[in-house]
Design a protein around this ligand. Sequence first.
Ligand code: ZN
Length: 327
Amino acid sequence: MAKWKLPPDGGHMERPDGVYYQTMNMTEINARLKKNDLIIVPVGSTECHGAAQPLGEDTFLVTRMAEQVALKMGCTVAEPVWYGSHPYPHLGMPGTVVVPEETFLANLRAIIAGFWNTGFRKQIFLNGHGQEEVIPLALHQWAKKYQVPCILISLHWPTVIHDFLKDKAHGGPFETPFQHADEAEASYSLALFPEFMKMELAVDNKPEGFLPAGHVDKGGEVYHSPIKGHEQVGLGGAEVLVYPEGVIGRPTLATAEKAKAGLDVLLDYMCKLVDDIMTRFPAGQLPPMDKVTMRDPKEVEALLKGPLNGGTHLYTISYPPVEKVPT
Ligand SMILES: [Zn+2]
Protein backbone atom coordinates (compact mmCIF):
# COMPACT_ATOMS: atom_id res chain seq x y z
CA MET A 1 0.00 0.00 0.00
CA ALA A 2 1.61 3.21 -1.15
CA LYS A 3 1.99 5.88 1.55
CA TRP A 4 1.87 8.79 -0.88
CA LYS A 5 -0.99 9.69 -3.17
CA LEU A 6 0.33 9.16 -6.68
CA PRO A 7 -0.20 10.72 -9.07
CA PRO A 8 -0.74 13.88 -7.04
CA ASP A 9 -3.76 16.04 -7.65
CA GLY A 10 -2.00 18.30 -10.22
CA GLY A 11 0.76 20.86 -9.62
CA HIS A 12 0.86 23.79 -7.19
CA MET A 13 2.89 26.44 -9.05
CA GLU A 14 -0.17 28.64 -9.60
CA ARG A 15 -2.25 27.62 -6.60
CA PRO A 16 -2.79 30.08 -3.73
CA ASP A 17 -2.09 27.41 -1.13
CA GLY A 18 1.14 28.55 0.49
CA VAL A 19 3.39 26.00 -1.18
CA TYR A 20 5.36 28.38 -3.41
CA TYR A 21 7.36 31.41 -2.27
CA GLN A 22 6.30 33.44 -5.30
CA THR A 23 2.57 32.89 -4.73
CA MET A 24 2.73 34.34 -1.19
CA ASN A 25 2.89 37.96 0.04
CA MET A 26 5.33 39.31 2.64
CA THR A 27 2.75 38.97 5.41
CA GLU A 28 2.56 35.27 4.64
CA ILE A 29 6.32 34.94 4.14
CA ASN A 30 7.07 36.57 7.50
CA ALA A 31 4.57 34.25 9.22
CA ARG A 32 6.11 31.25 7.41
CA LEU A 33 9.62 32.21 8.49
CA LYS A 34 8.56 32.15 12.13
CA LYS A 35 7.37 28.55 11.73
CA ASN A 36 9.65 27.08 9.09
CA ASP A 37 12.57 28.83 7.40
CA LEU A 38 13.61 26.01 5.06
CA ILE A 39 13.11 26.40 1.33
CA ILE A 40 13.39 23.75 -1.38
CA VAL A 41 14.62 25.10 -4.71
CA PRO A 42 13.85 22.66 -7.54
CA VAL A 43 16.54 22.79 -10.23
CA GLY A 44 15.59 21.21 -13.53
CA SER A 45 16.27 21.71 -17.20
CA THR A 46 14.55 22.52 -20.45
CA GLU A 47 15.65 19.62 -22.57
CA CYS A 48 14.51 17.34 -25.35
CA HIS A 49 12.92 14.24 -23.80
CA GLY A 50 11.77 12.64 -27.03
CA ALA A 51 8.48 12.41 -28.86
CA ALA A 52 6.23 11.65 -25.90
CA GLN A 53 7.56 13.44 -22.83
CA PRO A 54 7.50 17.16 -21.98
CA LEU A 55 10.60 19.32 -22.42
CA GLY A 56 10.25 20.31 -18.78
CA GLU A 57 10.30 16.70 -17.57
CA ASP A 58 13.36 17.13 -15.34
CA THR A 59 11.81 20.23 -13.78
CA PHE A 60 8.35 18.78 -13.22
CA LEU A 61 9.88 15.71 -11.57
CA VAL A 62 11.45 17.87 -8.86
CA THR A 63 8.64 20.42 -8.47
CA ARG A 64 6.11 17.63 -7.94
CA MET A 65 8.40 15.92 -5.40
CA ALA A 66 9.09 19.18 -3.54
CA GLU A 67 5.39 20.08 -3.44
CA GLN A 68 4.48 16.82 -1.71
CA VAL A 69 7.21 17.28 0.89
CA ALA A 70 6.26 20.93 1.55
CA LEU A 71 2.58 20.05 1.99
CA LYS A 72 3.53 17.46 4.60
CA MET A 73 6.35 19.32 6.39
CA GLY A 74 5.28 22.97 6.19
CA CYS A 75 8.40 24.19 4.43
CA THR A 76 8.36 26.38 1.33
CA VAL A 77 9.13 25.66 -2.34
CA ALA A 78 10.71 28.19 -4.70
CA GLU A 79 9.48 28.39 -8.28
CA PRO A 80 11.99 26.23 -10.16
CA VAL A 81 15.18 26.96 -12.04
CA TRP A 82 13.94 25.98 -15.49
CA TYR A 83 17.17 26.13 -17.48
CA GLY A 84 20.13 23.95 -16.58
CA SER A 85 23.76 23.12 -17.15
CA HIS A 86 24.54 20.33 -19.61
CA PRO A 87 27.42 17.95 -20.30
CA TYR A 88 29.15 18.08 -23.68
CA PRO A 89 27.12 15.28 -25.40
CA HIS A 90 23.91 17.35 -25.04
CA LEU A 91 25.18 20.27 -27.11
CA GLY A 92 23.22 21.01 -30.26
CA MET A 93 20.16 18.88 -29.56
CA PRO A 94 17.05 20.74 -30.76
CA GLY A 95 14.65 21.31 -27.88
CA THR A 96 17.47 21.65 -25.35
CA VAL A 97 18.44 25.01 -23.84
CA VAL A 98 22.03 24.93 -22.57
CA VAL A 99 23.04 27.56 -20.00
CA PRO A 100 26.82 28.13 -19.82
CA GLU A 101 28.31 26.93 -16.52
CA GLU A 102 29.36 30.38 -15.23
CA THR A 103 25.91 31.85 -15.96
CA PHE A 104 24.19 28.89 -14.32
CA LEU A 105 26.40 29.11 -11.22
CA ALA A 106 25.97 32.89 -10.98
CA ASN A 107 22.20 32.46 -11.16
CA LEU A 108 22.25 29.90 -8.34
CA ARG A 109 24.50 32.11 -6.19
CA ALA A 110 22.13 35.04 -6.69
CA ILE A 111 19.18 32.84 -5.70
CA ILE A 112 20.96 31.64 -2.54
CA ALA A 113 21.76 35.24 -1.62
CA GLY A 114 18.22 36.50 -2.14
CA PHE A 115 16.61 33.76 -0.08
CA TRP A 116 19.26 34.04 2.67
CA ASN A 117 18.69 37.79 2.88
CA THR A 118 14.93 37.19 3.19
CA GLY A 119 15.45 34.73 6.03
CA PHE A 120 15.33 31.36 4.29
CA ARG A 121 18.80 30.34 5.43
CA LYS A 122 18.22 26.59 5.09
CA GLN A 123 18.07 25.73 1.41
CA ILE A 124 17.78 22.39 -0.36
CA PHE A 125 18.53 22.45 -4.08
CA LEU A 126 16.56 19.48 -5.39
CA ASN A 127 18.15 18.49 -8.68
CA GLY A 128 16.29 16.68 -11.46
CA HIS A 129 18.88 16.77 -14.24
CA GLY A 130 22.42 15.65 -15.08
CA GLN A 131 24.04 18.64 -13.41
CA GLU A 132 24.83 17.06 -10.06
CA GLU A 133 28.50 17.89 -10.56
CA VAL A 134 27.79 21.59 -11.16
CA ILE A 135 25.26 22.64 -8.48
CA PRO A 136 27.55 21.92 -5.48
CA LEU A 137 30.08 24.40 -6.90
CA ALA A 138 27.53 27.21 -6.50
CA LEU A 139 26.95 26.33 -2.86
CA HIS A 140 30.65 26.39 -2.04
CA GLN A 141 31.36 29.52 -4.07
CA TRP A 142 28.56 31.32 -2.24
CA ALA A 143 29.66 30.05 1.18
CA LYS A 144 33.28 31.08 0.56
CA LYS A 145 32.18 34.52 -0.57
CA TYR A 146 29.88 35.33 2.35
CA GLN A 147 31.04 33.06 5.20
CA VAL A 148 27.79 33.35 7.17
CA PRO A 149 25.82 30.62 8.98
CA CYS A 150 23.57 28.71 6.59
CA ILE A 151 22.56 25.21 5.55
CA LEU A 152 22.89 24.60 1.81
CA ILE A 153 22.28 21.15 0.35
CA SER A 154 22.40 19.85 -3.20
CA LEU A 155 20.11 16.80 -3.33
CA HIS A 156 20.14 14.75 -6.53
CA TRP A 157 17.02 12.60 -6.29
CA PRO A 158 18.31 9.53 -8.19
CA THR A 159 21.21 9.28 -5.73
CA VAL A 160 18.81 9.00 -2.79
CA ILE A 161 17.01 5.97 -4.25
CA HIS A 162 19.63 4.52 -6.59
CA ASP A 163 18.70 0.91 -5.82
CA PHE A 164 15.13 1.59 -6.95
CA LEU A 165 16.35 2.87 -10.32
CA LYS A 166 18.32 -0.24 -11.25
CA ASP A 167 17.36 -2.86 -13.80
CA LYS A 168 16.08 -6.30 -12.75
CA ALA A 169 19.50 -7.91 -13.22
CA HIS A 170 20.76 -5.60 -10.45
CA GLY A 171 17.75 -5.96 -8.14
CA GLY A 172 15.68 -3.05 -9.43
CA PRO A 173 12.20 -2.96 -11.00
CA PHE A 174 13.17 -2.03 -14.57
CA GLU A 175 13.91 -4.05 -17.70
CA THR A 176 16.54 -1.51 -18.77
CA PRO A 177 19.07 0.67 -16.87
CA PHE A 178 18.19 4.28 -15.92
CA GLN A 179 19.58 6.64 -18.56
CA HIS A 180 17.58 9.53 -20.03
CA ALA A 181 13.90 9.95 -20.98
CA ASP A 182 13.72 6.16 -20.82
CA GLU A 183 11.76 3.42 -19.06
CA ALA A 184 12.83 4.59 -15.60
CA GLU A 185 12.54 8.36 -16.02
CA ALA A 186 9.23 8.08 -17.87
CA SER A 187 7.90 5.78 -15.11
CA TYR A 188 8.65 8.44 -12.46
CA SER A 189 7.05 11.05 -14.69
CA LEU A 190 3.94 8.92 -15.17
CA ALA A 191 3.66 8.59 -11.39
CA LEU A 192 4.02 12.36 -10.84
CA PHE A 193 2.52 14.16 -13.88
CA PRO A 194 0.69 11.73 -16.18
CA GLU A 195 -1.21 14.69 -17.69
CA PHE A 196 1.93 15.76 -19.60
CA MET A 197 2.90 12.28 -20.83
CA LYS A 198 1.77 11.15 -24.31
CA MET A 199 3.19 7.65 -24.18
CA GLU A 200 1.39 6.51 -27.33
CA LEU A 201 3.97 8.68 -29.16
CA ALA A 202 7.01 7.13 -27.46
CA VAL A 203 9.90 5.83 -29.57
CA ASP A 204 12.63 3.54 -28.20
CA ASN A 205 16.27 3.21 -29.17
CA LYS A 206 19.27 1.18 -28.13
CA PRO A 207 21.92 2.81 -25.95
CA GLU A 208 25.53 2.24 -26.99
CA GLY A 209 28.92 3.07 -25.51
CA PHE A 210 32.31 2.71 -27.11
CA LEU A 211 33.73 0.52 -24.33
CA PRO A 212 32.28 -2.65 -22.78
CA ALA A 213 29.79 -2.09 -19.91
CA GLY A 214 31.16 -1.63 -16.40
CA HIS A 215 33.35 1.47 -16.84
CA VAL A 216 31.07 4.47 -17.19
CA ASP A 217 27.93 5.05 -15.13
CA LYS A 218 24.66 5.90 -16.79
CA GLY A 219 22.03 8.47 -15.79
CA GLY A 220 21.87 9.36 -12.13
CA GLU A 221 25.03 7.43 -11.16
CA VAL A 222 22.78 4.68 -9.83
CA TYR A 223 25.23 1.87 -10.54
CA HIS A 224 28.27 3.45 -8.82
CA SER A 225 30.53 2.51 -11.72
CA PRO A 226 34.20 3.53 -11.50
CA ILE A 227 33.71 6.49 -13.86
CA LYS A 228 30.70 8.76 -13.31
CA GLY A 229 28.76 9.77 -16.39
CA HIS A 230 30.19 13.29 -16.22
CA GLU A 231 33.77 12.21 -15.56
CA GLN A 232 34.48 11.40 -19.20
CA VAL A 233 34.22 12.75 -22.69
CA GLY A 234 34.52 10.56 -25.75
CA LEU A 235 33.37 7.19 -24.41
CA GLY A 236 29.91 7.72 -25.90
CA GLY A 237 28.49 9.63 -28.83
CA ALA A 238 26.90 13.06 -29.00
CA GLU A 239 23.12 12.95 -28.52
CA VAL A 240 22.33 14.90 -31.70
CA LEU A 241 24.37 12.37 -33.72
CA VAL A 242 23.54 9.03 -32.10
CA TYR A 243 20.20 9.54 -30.29
CA PRO A 244 18.10 11.78 -32.58
CA GLU A 245 15.00 10.30 -30.88
CA GLY A 246 15.86 12.40 -27.81
CA VAL A 247 15.69 9.37 -25.50
CA ILE A 248 18.33 6.87 -24.44
CA GLY A 249 16.51 3.60 -23.86
CA ARG A 250 12.97 2.28 -23.92
CA PRO A 251 10.27 4.71 -22.70
CA THR A 252 7.58 2.40 -24.14
CA LEU A 253 8.19 0.08 -21.15
CA ALA A 254 7.37 2.81 -18.61
CA THR A 255 4.54 2.44 -16.09
CA ALA A 256 3.69 4.55 -13.04
CA GLU A 257 3.60 1.37 -10.97
CA LYS A 258 7.35 0.79 -11.43
CA ALA A 259 8.10 4.15 -9.75
CA LYS A 260 5.83 3.95 -6.74
CA ALA A 261 8.07 2.04 -4.32
CA GLY A 262 11.00 4.34 -5.10
CA LEU A 263 8.90 7.47 -4.73
CA ASP A 264 7.64 6.30 -1.33
CA VAL A 265 11.23 5.94 -0.12
CA LEU A 266 12.37 9.19 -1.73
CA LEU A 267 9.54 11.35 -0.35
CA ASP A 268 9.91 9.74 3.10
CA TYR A 269 13.65 10.46 3.03
CA MET A 270 13.11 14.08 2.04
CA CYS A 271 10.65 14.53 4.90
CA LYS A 272 13.18 12.99 7.30
CA LEU A 273 15.88 15.34 6.04
CA VAL A 274 13.65 18.39 6.53
CA ASP A 275 12.52 17.13 9.94
CA ASP A 276 16.05 16.40 11.15
CA ILE A 277 17.24 19.86 10.07
CA MET A 278 14.25 21.65 11.64
CA THR A 279 14.50 19.61 14.86
CA ARG A 280 18.20 20.35 15.30
CA PHE A 281 17.80 23.97 14.15
CA PRO A 282 14.22 25.20 14.68
CA ALA A 283 13.00 28.26 12.75
CA GLY A 284 15.39 31.19 13.21
CA GLN A 285 18.24 29.00 14.43
CA LEU A 286 21.33 28.09 12.44
CA PRO A 287 24.61 26.22 12.98
CA PRO A 288 26.57 28.06 15.69
CA MET A 289 28.43 31.07 14.36
CA ASP A 290 31.60 30.35 16.37
CA LYS A 291 31.89 26.93 14.73
CA VAL A 292 31.22 27.84 11.11
CA THR A 293 32.78 31.23 10.41
CA MET A 294 35.66 33.45 11.52
CA ARG A 295 33.89 36.57 10.28
CA ASP A 296 33.50 39.33 12.94
CA PRO A 297 30.62 38.16 15.19
CA LYS A 298 29.16 41.69 15.38
CA GLU A 299 28.91 41.85 11.61
CA VAL A 300 27.33 38.38 11.44
CA GLU A 301 24.83 39.31 14.17
CA ALA A 302 23.78 42.36 12.14
CA LEU A 303 23.39 40.28 8.99
CA LEU A 304 21.34 37.67 10.86
CA LYS A 305 19.03 40.38 12.22
CA GLY A 306 18.48 41.71 8.71
CA PRO A 307 17.94 45.21 7.38
CA LEU A 308 14.34 45.62 8.62
CA ASN A 309 15.13 44.57 12.21
CA GLY A 310 17.98 46.86 13.10
CA GLY A 311 20.65 44.93 11.23
CA THR A 312 22.18 45.03 7.75
CA HIS A 313 21.51 43.30 4.44
CA LEU A 314 23.70 40.61 2.97
CA TYR A 315 24.94 42.70 0.06
CA THR A 316 26.78 45.03 2.42
CA ILE A 317 29.45 42.29 2.32
CA SER A 318 29.55 41.99 -1.42
CA TYR A 319 27.57 42.48 -4.57
CA PRO A 320 27.11 40.75 -6.95
CA PRO A 321 27.29 37.31 -5.35
CA VAL A 322 29.80 36.09 -7.93
CA GLU A 323 33.48 35.35 -8.06
CA LYS A 324 35.66 38.16 -9.33
CA VAL A 325 36.18 37.81 -13.05
CA PRO A 326 39.88 38.36 -13.85
CA THR A 327 40.47 41.45 -15.96
ZN1 ZN B 1 15.29 14.02 -17.89
